[in-house]
Each structure stands twice: as C-alpha cells, then as structure tokens.
Design a binder for this molecule. Sequence first.
Ligand code: ADP
Ligand code: MG
Length: 640
Amino acid sequence: MAKIGINLSTGSLQQEEMIVGIDLGTTNSLVAIIHPESKKPVALKEHGTSSLVPSIVHFDAFGNPIVGEEAKHYLETEPENTIFSAKRLMGKNYNDLKANADFFTYKVIDDGTDNLVKVQVGDSFYSPIELSAFILKELKQRAEHILKTPVTKAVITVPAYFNDTQRQATRDAGKLAGLDVLRIVNEPTAASLAYGFGLDQSEEKTIALYDLGGGTFDVSILTISNGIFDVLSTNGDTYLGGDDFDQLIVKHWLNQLQLPYSVVEKDKHLSQVLRLKAEEAKKILSSQPYYKTADTSIVNQLSALMDKSASFDNDLLHLPISLEQFEALITPHLQKTIACCEAALSDAGIAKQEIDTVVMVGGSTRVPLVKKLVGAYFGKPVNDTVNPDEVVALGAAIQADILAGNNKDFLLLDITPLSLGIETMGGLMEVLIPRNSKIPARVGKSYTTYKPGQSGMRISVYQGERDLVKDNRLLATFNLTGIPAMPAGLPKVEVSFLLNADGILVVTAKELRSGIQQSIEVKPQSNLTDEAVEQMLQDSIIHAQADIEARAITEAKTEGEQLITATERVIEANQSIMTEAEIALTKEAIELLASAIKNATNKNDIRSRIEHLNDITRPLAEKIMDEAVRKAMTGKKILP
Ligand code: ADP
Ligand code: MG
C-alpha cells in the first residue's frame, strides 16, 4: 500500500502524486489535472471525445447504474429511472424542493418532513450523495483509464452559495466513490484561479463571475488580496440555463409548424429528438447565423404529423431558425441574469465601475449575445479565453497542485489535518470543522433534545474521518446540564467550535432559551504522530463504503424511531377522532417498522416501511400535527 506523507504544519502532501480537480456540475462533470510536462492545467478526455460527462445516472433493468452520455439517451424515454440534476438535491429536504417538484421527472420521496430527500427507483432508495458518488466513480474510472494510474485524491468544486450540509454531502459523495477529498473549493474561486488570478500574492482585484450553465445561473462577486479569495456576494436563478434555451427553440419550431405542444409531450421519442436538435441548433448558432437540419428521419416524422389538407411551407420541416430569431427568444432570460448581476453588486456594496475583471463560466456563455450583453452591462470586454465548460475544473486542478505542494510559489495557510466534530444520535460523527480547513476557524450548529423534559445533553468531541464515532479519536466529553423541562425538540442548543491559531479547540454548548452554557478546551493534535494521521486518512478511504452504509442504516433507524414515537403520541392524543380500523392499521405499520429497525441489514428495508407508515398517517397527521413542535425541530439534529 502506498504511504502518503502529510506535512502537519502545512497539510500538504510530501510525496509527489496526482491529485485531480473535479467540477461536479448540475449538467456536466469533468476531471482536470496539471500536465506533468507542460505544468499547465488540462481537462482529461479520451482521444476524439469530449471532456464533459453528462451528470446523469440511468438505472438499467437490473438496477445497475449507467453514467454519462449513454444515460442521456434515456432522459425522455425512461424518465422514472434516469436521474438528472442530482446536484440540486444535495443536502436538501423535501420542503426545500416543494416549489419546484414538477421539475423532477423521477420520484423524489415526499415524506412531508424535514428529513433529507431520497430518490426512489424501483424498490431502491438513493440519497443524492449516492447518486453523486456514481458520477464521481465514473469520473475516477475514466481518469484512471486515461492516466493509467490509480486516482484516489481530489479537489471538488461546489457553488459558492452551498451551505455546510451541502458541502459535507459533496465530501461524502467523494468518499463513497473512493476519493479522498482534500478540499472543497468554490466554483468562482476555481474559475478565477484558472485565469491565474490570485496566484500572485501582491495582486488586489475585484472580479465578477458570470456562470450560465445548463440549468442554473450564478453570479458571484469576489475579491482577491494576499492570495486569499473572499466571496462578497452571490446571486442567480437556480432554474435558468441553457436547457431553457433548448425548450424555447422547440416551442418556436412547433409554433411555426402549428403543432400543439401536447402532440410532442405524448411522444417521448419525438420530444427527445426535438430537444437534441434544439441543442444542436443552439450550438451552431454560437458560430453561424442560421440553422436547419438535413436529417431526413425527423423531417419524415414531422411530415407524418402534419394536417395533410392544410398547406404549409415544406422548409419548416427542416427545423430552420436564424440567429436573430434565437436571440429574440432568449433576450428576456438574459435580461433576468443582468438583473441578478445588479443585485449581486448591490449586496456586495460595490459599484459596477469597481469591477476589475468579468469572467465567463459555463457552456451557455458561448452564446455571443450573452457576452455582448454582459460586457455592455459592466462596461468592459469579458474574459472568455479559457474554455467556459472546463474553466472550473482547470482551476480545481490548480488548487489540487498547490495542495500537493508542487506549486512552491504558493504558500498555504495553516490548516487542520483531521476533521473535528461531535457525536449525534446513533453514534454518528458530525463534522463541524472539516480537515484541511484554514486555522483559525469558528463554526456553530444547532441541536435539540430527543426526550420530553430532557435536562442534560452529552457533548462528545471527536477527531477523525470515519462516519461512526467509535472509529474516531475521542478528544473530550462533557455534559450540558440544567436544561429547563421542555417538550422534546423545543430546546435549542448551539454547539460552537473555535479552533484558534495555536491549534487549541474551544468547544462551547449553550441552550439559547435558558442561557445556560458550558465550555471545554482541548488540544486536538497533541500526541498524534504523522504516521497516526496517515493511518487515520487511509482507514477512512478503505472503510468508506461500509461506513456510509452504516451511517445510512443508523440514520434510517433514528428517523424510524422518531417517527414511531411521534405517531404513537398522535394516536394517543387523537383516539377520539380516529376510527378503530385506522388505529389498527397504523399500529400494524408501526409494528412492521419497529421490526425492521430491529432486524434490518440494509437501509431500504427500513426506508420502505417508513414510507408505508407515512402513507397511512399522512392524511391524519397533516390535520393534527403540532405545528409548534414541528417547526421547532426544523433542520435540527438531536444529541444523546
Ligand atoms: P453545468 O455547470 O450546469 O453543469 P455547463 O457549464 O456544462 O453546465 O453548461 C451546459 C450548457 O451549455 C448546456 O445547456 C449546453 O447546451 C450549453 N452549451 C454548450 N456548448 C454551447 C454552445 N456552443 N453554444 C451554446 N450553448 C452551449
Ligand atoms: Mg458549472
């Protein structure tokens, strides 16, 4: 087994080895590296193919995942087992997604709670972490095939607005795919690095990054000084991108042909072909003024649909569209993105004249009108010399190279070599300060109680990369006592970690309603040798699969137990308004769930019974659920 040398003071790896940069995109994902000879960042691709891997997972009849271009072919024909945009689900609960439920053509489980979403395909349940892991595994395998060497370390990018949960979910996906995720980097930071901004320590710059992808639009305002990137503000529209342009083109063609949209909606194959033609047209129009297809099969197919008695221009069957027409279609969308830029500037407190550089990111910025409008708005030409599909991955590769210690000009600030976190229900490790975080660091999270009237809470602080605390290193434990009697879920306990410049960790727990508080000081790295740190990192990768499965079962069990307690309470309090049959049915579902919690060896056995119990109680629960308690528990984990 290869040994990794890690320099504890800088966190950099001592042995030269390949660390890849990964752009895990909503629409497309890709891998980049620093070329060992040219020392320039390059996106990895097989000879004669694209570097982009569509971020789509299709499950075949046997439930095997297929990722990428091949999966894309099933988008319309088998929507229920073809998962796109899994990134939108990362770290989300169902309530977060309600407003856009129609967007997903596959089954996103609605359990009416604040639990993290799952996707159901056949009898299996997948977390967004698992779905992203399938994509990352595919990227890892491709990279290994091209580089002819094992790839185990990566830097992965995320949108600047991703919160802790979403970043942790991305880390977990990497781990599950067998990757040691050395750092999570903001997409706009990576794009800036790809342009070489921030590499010169003396440089001071304010940058606007305009990122128009397949389904999302983000604008970020960044400042760079002393080699440190600060995101001043972000704005955007999470449902606006190149896919919308494709749809507008399809609608335009149907309008011209006077075919109602319902005709296409019914015919999945036709809608698939039209969408692909629209994307083709859009791309051609980025460099030519006019598009029409020579593909006779689509022409014949459309011709068969036309009303034979009516007269129409045969040329329309060739799906013509001019650049002018296309630009007129998308202009309202682009105006929206400009309004977002305005809002981002205003949030950052920056006038647009103060922006030194505007950088184009995302495949859709290849549309000339996009560059023209953005350039006109900021009053300066935009930077578009780096391939906009690859720019984020290329920047991630530069960051990876810096972490590998190859880029000697770049100084790393002190970083923590192992994650620091606390134990949550079921013996799970919850990371508050991920490894490779800059020191000093301060993080706080809210928790609540499990039992009614619970007066104390145990805070156990651990160091390590494993999912179960029993496999990590216990640093300290203390009790927060004297919490006044309250119903379960009502107390609000804030646990904060302050890791100061000397490497001392101060852990504080405070119950916010009563004000009671308790603190402890620990020295995380004391008496840990470099070898011990290496071993802990190795173990986390070796056991990733088992760890994440164990975590999924534990989470399902905790969720199941909470649901049983809540349901029993509901029955108890509402016997008068429930029929005997309803009560019997509910109790039976509770029994089934309880036995699954006791005996299950995989999470799906528990998940399907949680679903079953939820289905039975949903109509009733909706009426009588105590809103106050539900709200109080929103987004809060419970401590033992
Ligand atoms: P994401 O970051 O969301 O994963 P990308 O940056 O890969 O997305 O952008 C994908 C989008 O870019 C798609 O809608 C694709 O059709 C569009 N795109 C790619 N090339 C071109 C082009 N030449 N002209 C116009 N749009 C393009
Ligand atoms: Mg992107």
